[in-house]
Design a binder for this molecule. Structure first.
Ligand code: PLP
Length: 377
């Protein structure tokens, strides 16, 4: 199998699975239990928290484990709006966020909030000025993703944070860093965002575990789940200990020689751009600087047919996040591309283990698709 869909999810290395297995079998204690098995697990969970927090550049007490990136996004939006409920009912976000943010914003609209959706340029770019110009005295929250999951565009979170201190210092800033964490360099402490969402399964960790960074400007954050008082009383529920162990192990593995891994991924992306661009009717979509995401369009050939054809040959790529019943995703739709191009976009995404041979095989399959199938758009 040739796996070119690391932005969807990543393979779990054996070391991660082993760490999880040990927790599931031998170290299965509940961190709230008062005997040694539980106390040991409590200490371990705090060690794992330190590992993840260290890689994010924040203090362990600022990092809260969640069940996934979607949960972190939802929690951040609700917590920010709750803190600023007396400031106003306005949110600024972008039209190209993950649905975890967009749907949470739509829910806030039902609660009487007004949401401004910043549109990207034709390459998926969004500037800090665009975002800041939409901020008003009643803006409770700005939520802008760090890296777009379909295009790989990197958005200027630090610039937005700096600008907010002038435009409206009370507005809270959330960034969905699910695709940015350990892919583009940043540290929570210097970034200036009040909330940062992470998800483990994009970096070699298991599915079903994520984290939310909550910064010092968030006072008495609104608990997501009330109950037994876990996660500092903000997200009750017995800790997903095996998942957390896997998350920490994945972080440990990924951060080892991280700069080399990112450079290799960037090289693979450059190689993919060069190799795929030689295919007739193929164009690169977006101007993504992230090293692991590349979208291309084989103009005229429907994305889902390409995905199916490649899948039959054991090659996994995605039709964006994705082509919903033949319609382009909301991200591709926001680019205002010609209809034939928009319907033909596929996403390739890479991991540290992706090699040039994977790209060559994908390029050959795409060329074959182009040469043997009729364009239908
Ligand atoms: N945000 C972005 C940018 C993503 O790419 C994803 C997953 O694809 C999510 C949020 C949701 O993360 P999870 O699958 O952990 O809920």
């Amino acid at each position: 199998m040739i796996y070119l869909d690391h932005a969807a999810t990543t393979p779990v290395p054996k070391e991660v699975a082993d760490a999880m297995y040990a927790v599931l079998t031998e170290q299965f204690g509940n961190p709230s239990s008062q005997y040694q098995l539980g106390l040991d697990m409590k200490k371990k969970v705090e060690d794992w928290r330190k590992t993840v927090a260290g890689s994010l550049g924040c203090e362990a007490k600022q990092l809260f484990f969640t069940s996934c990136g979607t949960e972190g996004d939802n929690w951040a939006i609700q917590a920010a709006c709750w803190q600023n409920r007396h400031l106003g009912k306005h949110i600024v976000t972008t039209a190209v966020e993950h649905n975890a943010v967009l749907e949470a914003c739509k829910w806030m609209e039902k609660q009487g909030y007004e949401v401004t959706y910043i549109a990207p340029d034709g390459n998926g770019g969004i500037t800090a000025e665009q975002v800041l110009s939409a901020v008003r005295p009643d803006t409770a929250l700005v939520s802008v993703m760090m890296v777009n999951n379909e295009l790989g565009n990197v958005y200027p979170i630090a610039d937005i944070a700096r600008g907010l201190t002038v435009k409206n210092p009370k507005t809270l800033l959330h960034t969905d860093a699910v695709q940015g964490f350990l892919k583009v360099p940043f540290a929570a402490k210097s970034l200036g965002a009040d909330f940062i969402t992470l998800s483990a399964h994009k970096i070699g960790g298991p599915k079903g575990i994520g984290a939310l960074y909550i910064g010092p400007r968030v006072r008495n954050p609104r608990p997501l789940l009330a109950g037994g008082g876990q996660e500092g009383g903000l997200r009750s529920g017995t800790e997903a200990t095996a998942q957390i162990a896997g998350f920490a192990k994945a972080v440990e593995l990924r951060t080892d020689h991280l700069a080399d891994k990112l450079a290799r991924m960037a090289d693979i992306k450059a190689y993919a751009v060069e190799t795929l661009s030689a295919i007739p009717d193929l164009t690169v979509i977006g101007s993504g600087a992230a090293p692991h995401i590349l979208s291309v369009a084989l103009t005229g050939w429907p994305s889902q047919n390409i995905v199916n054809d490649l899948s039959g040959q054991g090659i996994c790529v995605s039709a964006g996040s994705a082509c919903h019943q033949g319609r382009p995703s909301h991200v591709v739709a926001a680019l205002d591309l010609p209809k034939r191009t928009a319907g033909s976009v596929i996403r390739l995404s890479f991991g540290p283990e992706t090699g040039k041979a994977d790209i060559d095989a994908c390029a050959a399959a795409l060329r074959h698709h182009h040469d043997t199938r009729m364009p239908m758009l």
